[in-house]
Ligand binder design. Structure first.
Ligand SMILES: NC(=O)c1ccc[n+]([C@@H]2O[C@H](COP(=O)([O-])OP(=O)(O)OC[C@H]3O[C@@H](n4cnc5c(N)ncnc54)[C@H](OP(=O)(O)O)[C@@H]3O)[C@@H](O)[C@H]2O)c1
Length: 359
């Protein structure tokens, strides 16, 4: 069986690093396509059903790893339908991987926070019982449910991949920084202090970018070598070696930012209404969405990846010893980007658009 693989989001932080690492992953011969560079480039509208259908059928793309939209289902639905048609026409094995975020399994989304649960538990059933306290977040949940149910009903092997707080330098040609650490830095820069948004010490899973990438590659390796792995209702995968408390991330970022004199002191303060207002400005979002971007509890743990051969290299505490480097990387990237925008006269909408998405 030959494999034609499409990776979307190749200019992004996760997708760019995946494309880069695939070059040396030692996978059996496969033809690699991407909407951006780094593989054979394809140009089509990933939200236009007829364009997706044409691209999948013309190039006989039988594996799609989607890394460009956690929230909306339209693009995923178009790919799943096109893959099912390809299977009907050619009998090829077909696979669709959707990238969501650990937020889908968090307090923000009405997921259980009384005890830990694992990615090889019945996450589909858990999703069906969730009611997000902020109703506009519902599509994040619905998209995962749609991917799972539609792919099962059409005979596509579907996977839902959940990155968490991913950190470390991206290796792609485009965006090199993550979402979550950037949100903490942007909010602190605007408020001139680092603020916690929750009570207590809620925790969240973390993962180094190379370990996150390694799980994508392990899933693809198993697909192309025909090894069995869970899909459909058993196809949820969290990339994470474990969790840390937000409070410890805030503390490390406060120390790193204060060293650079970007904030007024190196301690973590409790956010009040006025601080939330300033943080919201730094994040380019509504005050009610600040906690969604940089706080909350997520008790999801990662067992499924290990079962299919994934071994993370970095422990969860590694992020805490990397925060000086992470803050440097964010400042460096943002000043490069601002310089590029000044030179080209382009306003960069990326932080506002993508920080609404999930981790
Ligand atoms: N980074 C994290 O820590 C994290 C954690 C959890 C979940 N996630 C989710 O994982 C996904 C990728 O995250 P990321 O950090 O790699 O984001 P990113 O660096 O902002 O990259 C986003 C990618 O999506 C592409 N894209 C945007 N709109 C598109 C469209 N209409 N059609 C086709 N491609 C489009 C972008 O292409 P252009 O460059 O051409 O705009 C870019 O390649 C997102 O859905 C995000 O919510 C990320």
């Amino acid at each position: 069986m030959s494999y034609n693989v499409l990776i979307t989001g190749g200019s992004g932080y996760l997708g760019g690093t995946l494309l880069n690492r695939l070059q040396s992953a030692g996978l059996p011969a496969l033809k690699l396509y991407a909407l951006q560079y780094g593989a054979e480039p394809l140009t089509f509208d990933a939200y236009e059903e007829s364009a997706v259908r044409e691209a999948v059928l013309k190039h006989e793309i039988n594996v799609v790893f989607s890394l460009h939209d956690a929230f909306k289902a339209d693009s995923a639905v178009a790919f799943i339908k096109a893959l099912a048609e390809l299977e009907n026409n050619t009998g090829r094995n077909i696979h669709f991987l959707h990238t969501t975020g650990a937020k889908a399994f968090s307090s923000h989304m009405g997921a259980p926070i009384d005890k830990p649960f694992a990615d090889n538990d019945n996450l589909h059933g858990i999703h069906k019982a969730q009611h997000p306290p902020i109703p506009c977040l519902q599509p994040l949940l619905d998209t995962n449910i749609t991917v799972t149910e539609l792919s099962e009903s059409l005979g596509v092997q579907g996977y839902v991949f959940a990155p968490c707080i991913v950190y470390g330098k991206g290796e792609g040609f485009g965006n090199k920084i993550s979402i979550q650490t950037v949100a903490v830095v942007d909010a602190a820069k605007a408020a001139k202090k680092v603020y916690r948004v929750d009570q207590g010490r809620p925790t969240w899973p973390v993962c180094h970018i190379l370990d996150n990438t390694a799980l994508y590659i392990q899933l693809l390796r198993n697909i192309v070598s025909g090894r069995q792995q869970g899909y459909g209702k058993n196809g949820y995968y969290l990339a994470s070696p474990g969790s840390v408390a937000w409070e410890d991330i805030y503390s490390g970022i406060a120390r790193a930012m204060y060293k650079q004199r970007a904030i007024h002191d190196d301690t973590v303060h409790q956010a009040d209404g006025a601080a939330l207002e300033e943080m919201a400005q730094g994040l380019g979002c509504d005050k009610a969405m600040v906690a969604f971007q940089l706080g909350g509890a997520c008790l999801l743990t990662a067992k499924h990846g290990v079962e299919i051969g994934w071994k993370p290299e970095y422990g969860p505490e590694h992020i805490l010893s990397s925060l000086d480097e992470e803050v440097d990387l964010i400042f460096q990237h943002k000043s490069d980007w601002a310089f590029a925008c000044t030179m080209t006269g382009v306003f960069d909408p990326r932080p506002i658009c993508f920080q609404y998405l999930c981790s």
